[in-house]
Design a protein around this ligand. Structure first.
Ligand code: GDP
Length: 551
């Protein structure tokens, strides 16, 4: 039997989340650099990025695929050299069209780093991903990036969290200088300043806090203590008694409050200028949860309906969630899974409880930034990619063959945008069918349907950019030649109550109606406009304001 490489306490499954352009990709890349997985710092937008798998991601400079990468952290001062931490980074896309992918990633990670642009503070998509993380109870630390940028303002960024997110967030660090003068970082907890001593920002040394910042640093430490004491009884007691609060006590209280989602530590840095990323990694270890620190994942037995709490434990029967399917150019179909409990050996069988079928795991891979290693066994609390699972789709439960469980399935909202796609030849038609099936398996928010009236193939998804990329992939990866129509806002809703369709709805058969193409499927009495019907599905392309209301 293979041996577990990293104890559970030394495992972190984290995601990096941000508004687009805040610096998620750059920060991720620096993490991979400092954890020793890539050896050259590459720029995101010159195509050398390590996390962006696909061509068009590189061209567009955005990250779409939710890939998981394994890294090892030895500590800012090599303090974990002997027993390092395993940090699995689950890539969460930043574009608003892909919030569905963000949700999927949030489900399988234990903690997250929210990256802010230090000149912008909280932005609209920061709010979106923040809300999603709250829905999934994901503890977070905040990295205020771009402190070197024109207009960077750390205090403003912290304030924007209070105002726009309404959360208990305070600085645990303070920047020394901003914009071109951003030089170093003060650790408010230890009251030490850290300065880089080489160009790549690899080595840093502690120094005294500059005289003019001493008062500010003390004041900010008090602000931090008060904010944490507010939500932590132990610290509050010490604080009220006026006792000296040690570094260890403060760190422990910050950890408790962060895990309880009562507090969000804020850090300062510039990924681009190689400042603050290593300290942020220390904070990941110090304040974000390991698999044993999070609430048990609730699964249920499909036969008895009994609820089961999944707690990471190698001795328990295997249970995992497939959270991402990718087609890899080298090895084909990869199924990324988060193992909640138990272990799984390569070559063994698993039960896909969602599709009620048994499947064999051919090989297991650990994905690193620039390489992949084959592993014999994956342990609880860890993430791995399986080769050989042919019938598993995103969101499926994979369990021990004798201990079937359903891990709550992922829900995907209905697509909001659609476009018609017409293959050029019969051969393209077949290629298209194959492409649509593969792409829909990878991304359940992407759907292909046939227009009931015209027979056209329609593809639908969460946003224009997503459909753009899907069309691009059909061409590149599946060689489909096709004409593509303009994207339309799609609307589809199933009613179980009696609804009244307003008079302007046309029962369309081809062509364009005054309000767009609307199709209505209904039963049983379908006479004319203004009708009432039951159990209807209303759909098609219709301006939002004309959507009928459900009484
Ligand atoms: P993402 O969209 O959040 O993944 O953001 P990227 O990492 O792709 O960064 C967006 C842009 O901001 C790129 O041009 C980066 O070079 C730039 N950038 C990232 N981090 C920093 C930083 O710390 N300082 C400055 N000035 N620019 C940065």
């Amino acid at each position: 039997m293979a041996k577990r490489e990293y104890p559970l306490e030394r495992t972190r499954n984290i995601g990096i989340m941000a508004h687009i352009d805040a610096g998620k990709t750059t920060t991720t890349e620096r993490i991979l650099y400092y954890t020793g997985k890539i050896h050259k710092i590459g720029e995101t937008h010159d195509g050398a990025s390590q996390m962006d798998f696909m061509d068009q991601e590189k061209e567009r400079g955005i990250t779409i695929q939710s890939a998981a990468t394994t890294a090892v952290w030895h500590g800012f001062f090599d303090q974990f050299a002997k027993t390092p931490y395993r940090v699995n980074i689950i890539d969460t896309p930043g574009h608003v069209d892909f919030t569905i992918e963000v949700e999927r990633a949030l489900r399988v990670l234990d903690g997250a780093v929210a990256v802010l642009d230090g000149a912008a503070g909280v932005e609209p998509q920061t709010e979106t991903v923040w809300r999603q993380a709250t829905t999934y109870d994901v503890p977070r630390i905040v990295f205020v990036n771009k402190m070197d940028k024109m207009g960077a303002n750390f205090q403003m960024s912290v304030d924007s969290m209070h105002e726009r997110l309404q959360v208990n967030a305070e600085a645990i660090q303070w920047p020394i200088g901003a914009e071109d003068d951003f030089e170093a970082v003060i650790d408010l907890i230890t009251q030490e300043a850290y300065y880089p001593v080489d160009d790549l920002g690899e080595k840093w040394e502690p120094r005294e806090i500059p005289a003019e910042l001493k008062d500010l640093a003390e004041e900010k430490r008090s602000t931090l203590i008060e904010a944490v004491a507010d939500v932590d009884d132990d610290l509050m007691e010490k604080y009220l008694e006026g006792e000296e609060i040690s570094v260890e006590e403060l760190k422990a209280a910050i950890r408790r409050a962060t895990l309880a989602l009562q507090f969000y530590p804020v850090l300062a840095g510039s990924a681009y200028k190689d400042k603050g990323v290593q300290m942020m990694l220390d904070a990941v270890v110090d304040y974000l949860p390991g698999p044993l620190d999070v609430k048990p994942y609730i699964a249920h037995n499909p036969d008895t309906d009994e609820e089961v709490d999944l707690i990471a434990d190698d001795a328990k029967p295997f249970a995992a969630l497939a959270f991402k399917i990718m087609t890899d150019p080298f090895v084909g179909r990869l199924t990324f899974m988060r193992v909640y409990t138990g272990t799984l050996k390569s070559g063994s069988y698993v039960q896909n409880t969602s599709s009620d079928s048994r499947e064999r795991v051919g090989r297991l891979l650990q994905m690193h930034a620039t390489s992949r290693t084959e592993i014999e066994e994956v342990f609880s609390g860890d993430i791995a990619a399986a080769i050989g699972l042919k019938n598993t789709t995103t969101g499926d439960s994979l369990t021990d063959v004798n201990n079937k469980l359903i891990l709550e399935s992922m829900e995907f909202p209905d697509p909001v945008i659609e476009l018609a796609i017409e293959p050029k030849t019969k051969a393209d038609q077949d290629k298209l069918a194959n492409a649509l099936q593969k792409l829909a398996e990878e991304d359940p928010s992407f759907r292909a349907t046939t227009n009931q009236e015209t027979g056209d193939t329609l593809i639908a998804g969460m946003g224009e950019l997503q459909l753009d990329i899907m069309v691009d992939r059909m061409k590149r990866e599946f060689n489909v030649e096709a004409t593509v129509g303009a994207p339309q806002v799609a609307y589809r809703e199933a009613f179980t109550k009696t609804v009244e369709a307003r008079g302007f709805f046309k029962r369309q058969s081809g062509g364009k109606g005054q309000y767009g193409d609307v199709w209505i499927q209904f039963s049983p009495n379908d006479e004319g406009a203004g009708f009432e019907f039951e159990d209807a599905i209303v759909g098609g392309v219709v301006p939002r304001e004309y959507i009928p209301s459900v009484e």
